[in-house]
Design a binder for this molecule. Structure first.
Ligand SMILES: C[S@@+](CC[C@H](N)C(=O)[O-])C[C@H]1O[C@@H](n2cnc3c(N)ncnc32)[C@H](O)[C@@H]1O
Length: 286
């Protein structure tokens, strides 16, 4: 039948999606690749339906391929004869072991259908936990920063695997970034920490991420001007500032009238964007 890859979210059991929970409760067997994902799955699945799959802590590709072949050989018959699930923290398609399983099944057990239930990824959950807003039109890059690495370049970065916070911090601040860290966000297991003080996080913990923003990046959305108006007691006019730089209302209007009217397809896209809450202002992405 089917193997479901189920994203469990960042760790709190009530951040498992309704669909994810339904699949877990109905599956004949639920495989977990780690202790943390097992403890989340165990909130919805009795212990006797949880199977463990072990993977060697190695970068040796032959050894990894062997381990995934073994795991696929164990899981495939259960997924063929019934319904099986494989859980991962966050989303199964973001920096996840699930991709290895999907590829190995497709190579050696093509009769197994694979379906994915997306999960709340740390890539998005960090915004709320860290009080960050990625405004419409802003670009964000996802990078790894293991063992003190400090990738630079993009204006805004989400950094995973920040295992040496003090070293990464020193390098990023030297390169002109403001950085804030989140450890064990939305995770029942262990203490949640949100800080911009690297010393607080000098102990290594794999479940640590960072958000780095280049100092001086202008990211004031138009509605930020409401604050100024409230302070100044104004209710009209004023300069609207966007992530792309300051603009006044006449400049915005000129831009709109100078460009051609939207085509039918573009109008449909704009309507779809509005329907899902997107801002519809067009312009180059940053
Ligand atoms: C291999 S990636 C897994 C990402 C996961 N599939 C997802 O979508 O969130 C692991 C990295 O994600 C980040 N991470 C995942 N969950 C986290 C959490 N609850 N709190 C902080 N960082 C987390 C950490 O940087 C960790 O090193």
């Amino acid at each position: 039948m089917t193997l479901y890859g189920v994203g469990l979210g960042p760790g709190d059991a009530d951040l498992v999606t309704v669909r994810g929970r339904r699949v877990l409760e109905a599956a004949d067997v639920v495989y977990s690749p780690g202790r943390l994902s097992r403890s989340v799955a165990a909130e919805y699945v009795p212990e006797d339906r949880i199977g463990d799959v072990d993977f060697p802590m190695t970068h040796d590709e032959d050894e990894l391929r062997r381990a995934w072949k073994e795991a696929a050989a164990e899981i495939a018959p259960r997924a063929r004869d019934g319904t099986a699930a494989f859980v991962t923290l966050g989303d199964p398609n973001v920096y996840s072991t699930f991709g290895h399983l999907r590829r190995t099944l497709s190579a050696f057990h093509p009769a197994v259908d694979v379906d994915v239930v997306p999960g709340v990824s740390a890539v998005t959950a960090f915004t709320t936990a860290l009080g960050v807003e990625i405004a419409s039109g802003a670009s964000v890059a996802l990078r790894e920063a293991a063992r003190g690495a400090a990738p630079t370049g993009p204006d805004r970065m989400v950094l995973f695997k920040v295992t040496d916070v003090p070293t990464t911090h020193e390098r990023l601040t030297d390169a002109g970034y403001d950085v804030v860290y989140g450890r064990r966000l939305y995770m029942e297991q262990g203490e949640t920490v949100v800080t911009d003080d690297p010393e607080t996080l000098s102990e290594r913990d794999y479940y640590t991420l960072a958000y780095a923003e280049r100092r001086g990046v202008d990211s004031e959305p138009a509605t930020a001007t409401f604050d100024d108006r409230t302070r100044e007691g104004r209710s009209d006019g004023g300069t609207a500032t966007t992530d792309g730089g300051p603009r006044d209302a006449s400049e915005l209007e000129r831009g709109r009238t100078a460009s051609r009217p939207p085509t039918a397809v573009e109008r449909e896209e704009i309507a779809e964007g509005e329907a899902c809450g997107d801002e519809t202002a067009e312009g180059p992405s940053r």
